[in-house]
Design a protein around this ligand. Structure first.
Ligand code: NAP
Length: 474
């Protein structure tokens, strides 16, 4: 653990295992409420000096972090793959994402502009300034253990906040590596603090603290709701990046090559364990059979195995509960009439014996009553659902409590605008399966979240807006 600029040893250790092999990758020290209190005090003490630095000075620290991340890129990718199983190709992309976030916010740190507003009295001048919220608690998931941390720490540090971060205890090693970098570049003590341990214990202390003014969370909707309730007692600002259940719609006039490449990357990257993964694939009745045939050809070619092996495109799933949920959803779909076109089972023989491997799966004839259509899947299973009209598919796509990402493919420009405006989602990709980029807002509506990360929108969540009205002599 890293608290107030020191690495802390405790008497409790956690073994982090590689989900592809069951082997222990490394151990981390676990902390509890006492150390979390110390981390909060350290962040509070460090805040005045950190926030008083010029934006240029803070940007220089972020630029130094970028240089170190680039230097250690391959090592970091290996750590991600070993601790949570995704393919090394996906892990390298994740490190690139983390670099991009720190780089963008190093630049954006200098652009926290204020405003002046015309007053209604001649002897008044109205100014609006933006100031850092103060001490921030950031809680992150295992599926993007490095980039989710970067997406929060980049803007928080850029605007002058100090931070306590609690990564998932399933994949804490990427955060430990990031904190080694913070230490190497000499981030002042107390500005960044790392606590790993029992989530409810650390979470309760962070949420009850009056010093912590903001909580930024990425994880499940279920835990997000707990944190929103807990934040009420101290009226903290909250940002919530929660679960998703993305519809992927292929209209009858779509470019099928584009749509097929899009659906494969959206569904199977990170072994299907992304909040923005295609979760329901709606295909127009008139092209359904051809699409299914060509999708199957692509799925058959996907190579599964230990993520560290360069030749594998799909790594292991991250944990036992994840693979069991996938098994349960597939069993439920088959019981209710779906057909397996490919996969539909766990891989357990030979090299797969000690890991959480699930065959890339394509299901046909999926219907709305199957769990896979309304529960987040978080695994490499693509369900195909037929539709016949634009109106019907929009209604189906929106008929869910999630609202994170949605995708659709069409060559009709009017439909591009019509459908984009009607989809109740925070992010829409039209003929684009990967609209996510550092300079754009990322986030969901409905039960997928509150607030936006990324771009200049990502700074807002770490800033308070202050009115300064000055009376002057004329
Ligand atoms: P999770 O179970 O909600 O856990 C997320 C984080 O919250 C972990 O650090 C976890 O710690 C911690 N946590 C759990 N219970 C807590 C509590 N009572 N108080 C405080 N912290 C608590 O989610 P996950 O399984 O790690 O991640 C998968 C979920 O994240 C999916 O639903 C996915 O859609 C979502 N996600 C959303 C986005 C987005 O940007 N919208 C991005 C990525 C992932 P422990 O692991 O130590 O228990």
């Amino acid at each position: 653990m890293y608290i107030n600029g020191q690495w802390i040893k405790t008497d409790k250790q956690l073994a982090v295992t590689n989900p592809a092999t069951g082997e222990v990758v490394d151990y981390v020290d676990l902390v509890g409420s006492k150390e979390t209190e110390e981390a909060i005090q350290a962040a509070e003490a460090a805040f005045p000096a950190w926030t008083a630095l010029t934006a240029d000075r803070r940007a220089a620290y972020l630029e130094a972090i970028v240089d170190k991340l680039k230097e250690k890129k391959e090592h970091l990718a290996q750590v991600i793959t070993k601790e949570m199983g995704k393919s090394i190709h996906n892990a390298r992309n994740e490190v690139n994402g983390a670099i991009a976030f720190f780089k963008w916010y190093a630049e954006e740190a200098r652009r926290v502009y204020g405003e002046t507003i015309p007053a209604s009295a001649p002897n008044k001048r109205i100014t609006v300034i933006h100031q850092p919220v103060g001490v921030v608690a950031a809680i992150t998931p295992w599926n993007f253990p490095l980039s989710m941390t970067a997406r929060k720490l980049g803007p928080a540090l850029a605007v002058g906040c100090t931070v306590i971060i609690k990564p998932s205890s399933e994949a804490p090693l990427s955060s430990v590596e990031l904190f080694k970098i913070f230490d190497e570049v000499g981030i002042p003590k107390g500005v960044v603090n790392l606590t790993i341990g029992k989530s409810s214990e650390i979470g309760d202390v962070l949420m009850q603290s009056k010093v912590v003014r903001k909580v930024s969370f990425t994880g499940s909707t279920e835990v997000g709701k707990i944190l929103i309730r807990q934040s009420a007692d101290t009226v903290k600002k909250v940002s919530m990046e929660l679960g998703g259940h993305a519809p992927f719609i292929v209209f009858e006039d779509a470019d099928l090559d584009l749509a097929l490449n899009g659906v494969v990357s959206s569904k199977f990257a990170s072994t299907g364990q992304q909040c923005i993964c295609a979760n329901r694939v709606y295909v127009h009745d008139s092209i359904y059979d051809e699409f299914a045939k060509r999708f199957l050809e692509k799925v058959e070619q996907l190579k599964v195995g230990n993520g560290l092996d360069e030749s594998n495109q799909i790594g292991s799933m991250a944990n036992k509960s994840g693979i069991e949920k996938v098994e349960e959803q597939v069993a439920d779909a088959l019981e209710k009439g779906a057909k397996v076109l490919h996969g539909g089972h766990r891989l357990t023989e030979g090299d797969f014996a000690d890991g959480y491997f699930y065959s890339p799966t394509l299901l046909a004839d999926v219907t709305d009553d199957m769990k896979i259509c309304f529960e987040e899947t978080f695994g490499p299973v693509a369900p195909l659902i037929r539709f016949t009209s634009e109106e019907e598919v929009i209604q189906k796509a929106n008929n869910i409590e999630y609202g994170l990402a949605a995708y659709f493919y069409t060559n009709d420009v009017s439909r591009v605008y019509r459908v984009s405006e009607k989809l109740e989602y925070g992010m829409v990709g039209a003929n684009d399966s990967s609209p996510f980029t550092v300079q754009a807002p990322f986030g969901g509506v409905k039960e997928s979240g509150l607030g936006r990360e990324g771009g200049f929108y990502g700074l807002d969540d770490y800033l308070e807006t202050k009115l300064v009205s000055v009376g002057i002599k004329l």
